[in-house]
Design a protein around this ligand. Structure first.
Ligand SMILES: Nc1nc2c(ncn2[C@@H]2O[C@H](COP(=O)(O)OP(=O)(O)OP(=O)(O)O)[C@@H](O)[C@H]2O)c(=O)[nH]1
Ligand SMILES: [Mg+2]
Length: 431
């Protein structure tokens, strides 16, 4: 017997309304104990909420969802209470006193939704992303993955792999019989080859998913006194970093998150890179180089007309050469862009350039959303590659099964053996 769980589903109190959700076998009884006879399901009705002594706690809208047509797939009741801490505490006390009820653990409602087949793992993760989304693109990606075709895509791939395997195994088992599609092999492997390319193409977009979720990382680097911290402050429109005319002011890596046209963009201000005997500054320079290597875009700052950089830019990020202190110099074509944080000159252009670059990272389609997905996709891809390159037919078939299983692990739903049943039912062998 599962516990019946309850929790506040809405945000921080106080608020206009607090939505308290109860889910589980005793949800209806529990709600009835508080509000009396329950309304017809899926119909919001105003009721008085009372404690065990009959004292009125609040008035609330009551909504009943009967299993399996609810978020969790269990009987669910929502109480839309007035959003005060005391009201919610009093309702919690009343529910706590009922047998078989307890406060839900983090994620428990969604876990039950998964266990009852309401959402698969990809959809459950995407729902968490949707709730946590702060930028427009994070929202779009989460919606795409939560309600879009992500799971269906992996399911379809697993299905194609399993079908291929079934055909190969049929050839193995019944090779000497006449009514088996004879050399289907060539066609099957051609199709598996196509699938391999599709998986690889999808994997190639993993970076896009990471950038949307975790942000587009822009490293501001350059020699000391180039105006790096001044740029960070100008972009953030507040005094985040200390700015002085002493070379070597910044030592730690500071960062500011900005929402640029709906994308999360993370700017990192770093220590000026130079040879130094100062232990602290040297550590700062090391961190600056680390940041540089992990960046998606590097803004290489240098005061216009100053001596060229003495260090090499490593990593595979794109580099924008930015000339600084334009108020004291004139434009030079040696730089991609010239700015002045004093006058604000060039800053809009810089922002636009970054916006253009980050927009190129995601086309809006299905991309692997998480490291977990990427892991299993790579695993599947390896299995497919082994299947394509193998020589022993039974080993190749086994690799196809491995690939389908890896894909199934992403959604947590695809049972390969079950799929096999579905596929076998479509063609009869040996009658
Ligand atoms: N005139 C002018 N001065 C600037 C501009 N940007 C920065 N400065 C000055 O240049 C000096 C260094 O600026 P910072 O922003 O601290 O330079 P930084 O690159 O962070 O320097 P470190 O942290 O030491 O590596 C300060 O005195 C700033 O006021 C600018 O656009 N125009
Ligand atoms: Mg600085």
């Amino acid at each position: 017997m599962t516990d019946t769980i309850y929790a506040l589903s809405s945000g921080a109190l106080p608020a206009g309304v607090a939505v308290l959700r109860i889910s589980g076998p005793k949800a209806l009884d529990a709600a009835a104990a508080l509000v009396g006879p329950l309304p017809e399901q899926r119909k919001a009705v105003l009721r008085t909420v009372r404690d065990a002594q009959g004292q009125m706690i609040d008035q609330a809208l009551v909504l009943v969802f009967q299993a399996p047509a609810s978020f969790t797939g269990e009987d669910c009741v929502e109480l839309h209470l007035h959003g005060s801490r005391a009201v919610v505490a009093a309702v919690y006390r009343a529910l706590e006193a009922l047998p078989g009820l307890r406060l839900a653990e983090a994620g428990e409602f969604t876990r039950r939704a998964f266990e009852n087949g309401k959402r698969d793992l990809v959809e459950a993760e995407a729902l968490a992303d949707l709730v946590a989304s702060e930028t427009e693109m994070q929202r779009r990606l989460a919606v795409e993955q939560s309600f879009g075709g992500q799971s269906a895509l992996y399911m379809e791939w697993a299905q194609r792999l399993t079908k291929a395997r079934a055909l190969i195994e049929a050839e193995l088992d019944f090779a000497d019989e006449e009514d088996v599609p004879g050399s289907v092999s060539d066609q099957v492997w051609a199709e598996v080859g196509d699938l391999y390319l599709e998986v690889e193409q999808h994997l190639a977009e993993a970076k896009a998913g990471e950038i949307i979720r975790d942000g587009y990382k822009v490293a501001i680097v350059g020699p000391p006194n180039a105006g790096k911290s001044s740029l960070l402050n100008a972009l953030a429109k507040r005094d985040v970093a200390i700015v002085t005319d002493i070379a070597g002011t910044t030592r730690d890596v500071l960062h500011v998150d900005l929402d640029i046209d709906g994308y999360l963009v993370r700017f990192f201000d770093t220590a000026g890179i130079r040879e130094t005997d100062d232990v602290v500054e040297r550590e700062g320079v090391r961190r600056a180089k680390d940041t540089l290597e992990q960046a998606d875009l590097v803004l290489l700052l240098q005061e216009i007309d100053s001596d060229p950089q003495q260090f090499a830019v490593t990593g595979d990020a794109e580099v924008l050469k930015v000339g600084t202190k334009l108020d004291q110099h004139v434009h030079r074509t040696a730089y991609d862009l010239c700015i002045s944080t004093k006058t604000g000159d060039g800053l809009d252009k810089l922002r636009d350039l970054i916006a253009t670059k980050v927009k190129q990272t995601w086309s809006g389609g299905l991309v692997p959303g998480r490291q977990r997905h990427v892991h299993y996709l790579k695993e599947a891809s390896h299995f497919i590659q082994d299947a394509l390159n193998g020589t022993e037919l039974d080993v190749r078939a086994e690799n196809l099964r491995g690939a389908a299983t890896s894909l199934g692990r992403i959604t947590g739903r695809v049972d390969v053996e079950e799929l096999l049943g579905v596929i076998f039912s479509q063609f009869c062998i040996g009658k």
